[in-house]
Design a protein around this ligand. Structure first.
Ligand SMILES: *[C@@H]1O[C@H](CO)[C@@H](O)[C@H](O)[C@H]1NC(C)=O
Ligand SMILES: *[C@@H]1O[C@H](CO)[C@@H](O)[C@H](O)[C@H]1NC(C)=O
Ligand SMILES: *[C@@H]1O[C@H](CO)[C@@H](O)[C@H](O)[C@H]1NC(C)=O
Ligand SMILES: *[C@@H]1O[C@H](CO)[C@@H](O)[C@H](O)[C@H]1NC(C)=O
Ligand SMILES: *[C@@H]1O[C@H](CO)[C@@H](O)[C@H](O)[C@H]1NC(C)=O
Ligand SMILES: *[C@@H]1O[C@H](CO)[C@@H](O)[C@H](O)[C@H]1NC(C)=O
Length: 447
């Protein structure tokens, strides 16, 4: 009995050390990046530049399609094909052609270890996954000297499309029960002009996609699935990322469908089917008294079903900065527990105390949000901090009915200022009018 516990424990300690090392390294990158961009990125949002992702038709007759098998990949689901993928990547990346396609052919499963694909590349790179990509199966088959923090990382790429009709199988099952946090499946880091299109991705050990420090990203028609009870399996997590579009995709998992972290501006989310899971979140922001700036976020024309939250903004006590200019529009909810929620008291332990600062929340529009809620929670909850109230919340065309049972909960507001443009169902009478003096005094120009 004892032994069976020691091994995983040893793994975890080893793994944690790795994580800390890797985190420490990334942190220094990250902070640097943040500093150089935060002022710029947090100013008034400007209209997104026209996207310039590579287009399918352009490379069908491109000079060379690099099939990973030409580089020795076997694709039998057991052989380690990492080396071949790296060679294919280097070859494509160094090629002088304008567009270089790496093909992961249909009918094959390629096993790849944790790998960082690094740019910049000479031309645009297309990684066309028509077959299956997967990591080693679980912690026991993960090589001891490989990062457990991440699996496939794309770093410093300008101009890339990850696409195809294939599957990325994160094989997360064996990681989910571990006490220590396993890796994200796919991470784009400090990259720009990216498209992710058409793929299916399932069962990541943790976040399915993570974008940080990226610019001009278009996600189109992807399909993400993980079981409802798989921990931390966020669909798409973004941080310090600008000009992001997430369109026409289906996400069902055990955590947020999309989570928007600090430093994100100009994000457009449209026609997403989300659930089960935790819904679409901005935050959590302001953890460890950090400064967070998020602006110009649009979530529209989407369907959220059987989730813990619908559209959520969550911040910790003690942070600074702001979330401003967010529109949630035309959203259909089915049996959602907290369809509309602002939680400025976000806390994962029981030990959070109230602080005198907070990430401010202002200029939030909720319009045409209809459907049903799970009566265990109020359908609308605006829990704003004592010191920094939420301001300029606008509600119109809200119709939320209990999915079962009676309307038992009134909307909840705490220190929330805003207006109703139409009557709502249920009626909201708890929003405060005007703009509080404390907000006028509070330095919102910090972002
Ligand atoms: C592909 O072929 C079309 C028509 O033959 C041509 O217009 C286009 O420039 C070609 N593209 C590339 C990348 O060679
Ligand atoms: C891990 O160890 C193996 C075998 O010793 C070696 O071939 C491989 O290059 C190492 N990988 C890394 C990332 O250091
Ligand atoms: C992205 O593409 C646009 C248009 O092709 C280009 O002007 C821009 O420099 C690219 N972004 C970066 C960061 O290189
Ligand atoms: C919305 O996305 C789904 C895929 O999830 C797609 O089938 C449908 O055509 C999209 N609707 C519109 C109006 O684009
Ligand atoms: C923080 O403030 C809120 C609102 O005033 C209050 O409901 C909550 O109990 C406070 N929490 C703590 C830990 O003091
Ligand atoms: C309230 O928010 C809306 C939407 O973001 C914005 O257009 C408007 O200018 C804001 N009003 C004030 C007084 O800030």
């Amino acid at each position: 009995m004892k032994h069976s516990h020691i091994l995983p424990l040893a793994f975890c300690i080893f793994f944690l050390t790795l994580v800390i090392l890797v985190q420490a390294r990334h942190h220094s990158h990250h902070t640097k990046h943040k500093h150089s961009h935060s002022h710029k990125s947090c100013k008034t949002p400007k209209p997104a530049p026209p996207p310039s992702p590579p287009h399918n038709e352009n490379y069908n007759n491109a000079s060379g399609i690099l099939d990973v098998r030409k580089f020795g990949a076997i694709g039998d689901g057991e052989t380690d094909d990492t080396g071949s993928f790296k060679m294919a990547w280097d070859s494509a990346c160094q090629s002088e052609s304008a567009v270089n396609v790496i093909l992961v052919p249909q009918g094959f499963s390629f096993l790849i270890q944790s790998t960082i694909f690094t740019g910049p590349c000479q031309g645009v790179l297309v990684l066309k996954v028509d077959g299956t990509l997967m990591p080693p199966d679980g912690p026991e088959s993960w090589p001891k000297n490989n990062s457990r923090h991440q699996w496939l990382v794309f770093y410093r790429i300008n101009g890339m499309s990850l696409e195809g009709s294939g599957l990325i199988d994160g094989r997360g099952e064996k990681w989910w029960d571990l006490p220590c946090k396993p890796h994200k499946a796919i991470r784009f880091f400090m990259s720009s002009n990216l498209t992710v299109q058409g793929l299916r991705i399932k069962n990541s050990p943790q976040f399915h996609f993570r974008f940080d420090g990226c610019k001009n990203v278009h996600i189109e028609s992807i399909y993400i699935t993980a079981p409802k009870l798989s921990p931390n399996t966020d669909g798409i997590h973004i941080e310090n990322t600008n000009d992001m579009k997430i369109y026409n995709s289906v996400i069902s998992n055990g955590d947020d469908c999309v989570s928007i972290g600090s430093g994100c501006n100009d994000v457009d989310i449209k026609n997403i089917t989300c659930g089960p899971g935790h819904g679409i979140s901005i935050g959590s922001l302001g953890n460890h008294n950090s400064r967070a700036c998020v602006s110009n976020i649009m979530v529209r024309d989407s369907f959220i079903k059987v989730t813990d939250n619908g559209v959520r903004i969550k911040t910790w006590q003690g942070g600074s900065g702001s979330v401003s200019g967010v529109t949630f529009s035309n959203i259909h909810m089915v049996s959602v527990r907290n369809p509309i929620i602002i939680d400025q008291f976000y806390c994962l332990t029981k030990e959070c105390t109230n602080k005198t600062s907070a990430v401010s929340v202002s200029n939030i529009i909720y319009t045409n949000i209809k459907g049903t809620y799970d009566i265990r929670s109020p359908p609308m909850r605006f829990a704003c901090s004592d010191s920094v109230p939420c301001t300029n919340l606008t509600l119109s065309d809200i119709e939320l009915l209990p999915s079962q049972g009676d309307i038992v909960h009134d909307p909840f507001c705490w220190n929330a200022y805003g207006d109703l443009e139409t009557l709502t169902i249920p009626p909201v009478s708890c929003l405060l009018e005007g703009t509080p003096q404390s907000v006028l005094d509070y330095d919102i120009t910090r972002c």
